[in-house]
Design a protein around this ligand. Structure first.
Ligand code: URA
Length: 433
């Protein structure tokens, strides 16, 4: 078999055989296929697509390109969640303790933030002492003992995706549904859980800008789950404005803590209750979404959800005194109130712009090697639908940088106003199973 023929087949819109896909992945991982041929095939896939069967085989080959986690030593149904990424998305830090406090087992591997989106690992590391690299055996023991662990990748999982994703990033081949679906699902399947909830974000601050694309991606990933006989469900959720009010690592941890105590923003709380109830059904702890939501609410009210977060931080060597008294977190040197020059109903808060602005403040990375300033970020004071008068505070900016003038004007373009009342928005558009 020759790589050039595989490229020509996809260029000519043919369906690739299982053998051709296997040949490509195994030889690319071994370094026997050069990047220029791999990127040519990726571009042909982006332009001409893949059918479901090709996507399943691609996922299977990527999944088996490295280790697959064995979580069989964890008792009970193991549930996992994955978000396609957004701005202000601290859901894992709320959902993990919430479902674990109801008896679910969450064994989760998370990632770091890049560009305008944040990452759970960075948020966790803003709690002093918190460790995200723990041995596989300790990871399993922790989930058995307290019901949850969130760590960086352990073992040598899906090396094919590491190589391919880096190549796609620089060859304009990220935006392909079969490539995104196989990339996400190979990693999730390699992490070894029995059930997975996928949170597919839709809107300005998300990978998928339209409902149609988001639905297509979600359907593809759910069918990959079915092919591998895993219980995979997806929710399509709003990312047209940042989730919750906080964007930036320490600020988001504090917001997650407040949400676990029952004092979180409406959109974040609703998303966590709805997503959590689906996960509880997947874990076979409840029989209906209503029952799930009721159980989650009792765990918030009783303090068990917050106590689970404290246990989780302690198990991963974090200093719980910060969690018990969030005033202890280091504060940014400069705090500015960003006020409105306009009056009207807030129509849009462009999540992408807010995410980029937070990155400029120091809250995120432009390049992988950039260092994060945990205290930097933004607290939104107004959300879509709120009525704003001239001079009202739209958001508060936290930074250690003293050259804010350079880019603060960009923030105005993130906000759009309307004279008309904005109708109530949904946080979850659809559940796909
Ligand atoms: N996230 C991934 O893990 N892979 C993609 O291809 C896109 C987003």
């Amino acid at each position: 078999m020759r790589m050039v023929e595989i490229i020509e087949h996809k260029r000519d819109k043919k369906v690739l055989t299982d053998e051709e896909i296997k040949f490509f992945i195994s030889n690319y991982v071994k370094g026997e296929i050069p990047d220029y041929q791999a990127s040519s095939l990726l571009m042909a896939i982006l332009l001409n697509g893949m059918n479901d069967h090709e996507t399943f085989i691609l996922t299977e080959c990527m999944l088996h390109s490295g280790d697959v986690m064995d979580l069989s030593k964890i008792n009970g149904v193991k549930v996992d969640k994955h978000s396609t990424g957004g701005v202000g998305d601290k859901t894992s830090l709320v959902l993990g303790p919430l479902v674990a406090s109801c008896g679910a087992k969450l064994a989760k591997m998370s990632g770091r933030g890049l560009g305008h989106t944040g990452g759970t690992l960075d948020k966790m590391e803003s709690i002093p002492g918190m460790k995200i690299n723990i041995r596989e055996e300790d990871f399993i023991n922790q989930v058995n003992k307290i019901g949850m662990a969130i760590v960086g990748q352990t073992g040598h999982l899906v090396p094919a995706d590491k190589k391919l994703y880096a190549l796609r990033d620089v060859t304009g081949t990220v935006d392909s549904i079969p490539l995104i679906a196989s990339s996400i699902m190979s990693k999730k399947l390699a992490s070894g859980s029995d059930a997975i909830l996928l949170d597919v974000k839709v809107g300005d601050g998300a990978f998928m800008k339209t409902m149609q694309d988001a639905e297509k991606l979600a359907n593809t990933m759910v069918s990959i789950g079915k092919y591998f006989k895993k219980d995979v469900k997806a929710i399509l959720t709003d990312m047209d404005e940042p989730l919750g009010n906080a964007v930036g690592n320490t600020l988001e941890v504090i917001e997650a803590i407040n949400t676990l105590k029952g004092n979180g923003p409406k959109d974040l709380t609703e998303l966590c209750l709805k997503a959590g109830s689906i996960m509880l059904m997947q874990a076979k702890i409840v029989d209906s979404l209503t029952e799930g939501e009721e159980l989650l609410k009792t765990k918030i009210k009783s303090g068990e959800a917050f106590n689970k977060f404290v246990e989780f931080v302690q198990a991963q060597h974090g200093d719980i005194s910060y969690v018990l008294d969030t005033e202890k977190f280091q504060k940014a040197k400069y705090v500015y109130n960003f006020t409105s020059k306009e009056e009207g109903y807030l129509k849009r808060i462009k999540a992408f712009e807010i995410g980029e602005f937070a990155m400029n403040l120091g809250a995120g990375r432009e390049k992988i090697e950039d260092k994060i300033d945990y205290s930097a970020g933004i607290l939104l004071n107004k959300k879509i639908g709120d009525y704003v008068k001239k001079g009202d505070i739209l958001c508060t900016i936290y930074t250690n940088k003293d050259n804010l003038n350079e880019f603060v004007n960009k923030l105005y373009s993130a906000y759009e106003f309307s004279n008309e009342k904005i109708s109530d928005r949904k946080i979850i558009y659809k559940i796909i199973s």
